[in-house]
Design a protein around this ligand. Structure first.
Ligand code: SAH
Length: 268
């Protein structure tokens, strides 16, 4: 019945039963969702669109686009994530992942839904987004997931977070040299960053290759993810990050390591 329901709720309902299915699309890239995981994605989508009516959390407003462009895009990272988890062996239960500039939870919260054993810390500078993330974590009943309000430049200097994570992700936050300065300090030596980027990446990669060793890291490669315009940049931390990094908030983007800034904000 339509009475008393908002257009967003109606559209969300249609997406539940429409021809496009997150479960099928996800299975086709090798990520089979359990019933519980699928239900969590449905709740997440509804919550995101409901909050988006009031706060501008994401430019994606269509329910199917949320599944395609936000959920599925995050799920495409799962094979690389599983590979990184395997490298830590059977201690997979204690693997900590930080998602820098998480926004409405991408990819960090989506990855937590599908790999619930991860301990996930979502780092986000904007208060209203942190409020959403906290609400989503509660609503989805996710254990060992927290949202932290702050700038990665500050959090990366805090002993509670610096060099505490086996894995870091970040999507659409900054160009690669700046992004490395935000992410690498959070990693333990031997840990890995997985950074989804657009395909037009050559200049960023060149600068990234110069920036990485300054921070005690190495760019392993940039692999095209099947069925999307995304390349996943994989980074390994090879040694301790010098104490002077990350620099003060804003400096990593303004004076990027390894050369000149790349484009406006380096968005994907
Ligand atoms: N990763 C999400 C959001 C991308 S928008 C996605 O892919 O949809 C970039 C987000 O990063 C914004 O929410 C912004 O507030 C946050 N951000 C930018 N610089 C940051 C910093 N230095 N520390 C923490 N968060 C930052």
């Amino acid at each position: 019945m339509l009475v008393g329901r908002t257009p967003v709720e109606v559209a969300a309902e249609a997406a539940d039963h429409g021809p496009w299915s997150l479960a099928a699309a996800s299975a086709s890239i090798g990520v089979v969702l359990s019933r519980e995981q699928h239900d969590r994605f449905t709740r997440y989508r509804r919550l995101l669109l409901a909050w988006n009516d009031r706060f501008n959390l994401t430019a994606v407003t269509d329910p199917i686009e949320v599944e395609r462009r936000l959920f599925l895009d995050a799920l495409r990272m799962v094979p690389a994530l599983d590979d990184a988890i395997r490298r830590w062996g059977s201690g997979a239960d204690s693997i900590a992942l930080a998602d820098v500039g998480s926004g409405a939870g991408f990819p960090g919260l989506a990855l937590k839904i599908v790999r619930p054993a991860l301990q996930v810390t979502l780092i986000e500078a904007t208060g209203k987004k942190v409020a959403f993330l906290q609400s989503a974590i509660e609503d989805l009943r996710l254990d060992e997931a927290v949202a932290v309000h702050g700038r990665a430049e500050d959090i990366g200097r805090d002993p509670a977070y610096r060099a505490r994570f086996e894995m870091v992700t970040a999507r659409a936050v900054a160009a690669l040299p700046a992004l490395l300065e935000l992410c690498v300090p959070l990693l333990r030596v031997g840990g890995r960053a997985l950074l989804p980027k657009g395909t037009d990446l050559d200049d960023e990669l060149r600068a990234g290759h110069r920036a990485a060793p300054v921070l005690g890291a190495r760019i392993d490669g940039a692999v095209a993810l099947p069925g999307s315009g995304t390349r996943l940049v994989t980074v390994t931390k090879t040694g301790d990050t010098p104490a002077r990094y990350p620099r003060r908030p804003g400096i990593p983007a303004k004076e990027p390591l390894g050369g000149t800034p790349v484009g406006p904000g380096g968005r994907r």
